[in-house]
Design a protein around this ligand. Structure first.
Ligand code: HEC
Length: 163
């Protein structure tokens, strides 16, 4: 085979490879949504499973006497001043390995999943910026702060179920 023929053959191969690559790239060019594995962070339920449910349990029931239940409870904190921030500042949340955006996601998911009926009207979902603002104030006196919030809630006639 003459060397010019070999070159032509090589060119043909290269063109085929380029064509195949172009075909592969078409879905991306068409602006198709990336597959779920390309999401910025895992779905909120996964964030909860990986970071919270060891203590708060699958149904948000907590561990009586040790870890507060979230179910039918946690949304009550949104009714008193300081309560919204408290949910960001508790050590299990503020000190978690999650990014600020992930904390906002998991808090919104937690409230809607476990405590929808307690959420006050007009509730605005947590945002990444809000988490960034309050997270550095992680509580080291969580029981005192919680007790203050619980008594503010009681003054409004909202009684948290026993832990
Ligand atoms: C190591 C166990 C543990 C993990 C993990 C944990 N928490 Fe907690 N959480 C607690 C305990 C204990 C409290 C009670 C306050 C305290 O002592 O820190 C609490 C309090 C809370 C509260 C306030 C509820 C109340 O009634 O005072 C919220 C909200 C909360 N956790 C959410 C979460 C979320 C969301 C995650 C996952 C990102 C998480 N926690 C991870 C143990 C944990």
């Amino acid at each position: 085979m003459r060397s010019a023929d070999k070159d032509r053959l090589h060119d043909g191969g290269a063109r085929l490879i380029l064509a195949a690559l172009a075909l592969l790239a078409i879905p991306a060019l068409a602006g198709e949504p990336p597959p779920p594995s390309h999401q910025k962070y895992p779905a909120p339920i996964q964030l909860y499973v990986m970071n919270c449910w060891g203590c708060h349990k699958p149904g948000g029931e907590g561990i009586p006497g040790t870890v507060p239940r979230l179910r039918d409870t946690v949304g009550d904190f949104l009714h008193v001043p300081g309560g919204r921030e408290y949910l960001i500042e508790v050590p299990g949340v503020a000190g978690s390995a999650l990014s600020n955006a992930e904390v906002a996601e998991v808090l919104n998911w937690m409230l809607m999943t476990f405590s929808k009926n307690q959420i006050p009207p007009g509730f605005q979902p947590y945002t990444e910026a809000e988490v960034a603002k309050y997270r550095p104030r992680e509580l080291n006196n969580v029981q005192t702060v919680r007790a203050e919030l619980v008594s503010k809630l009681a003054a409004q006639g909202i009684k948290l179920p026993p832990q």
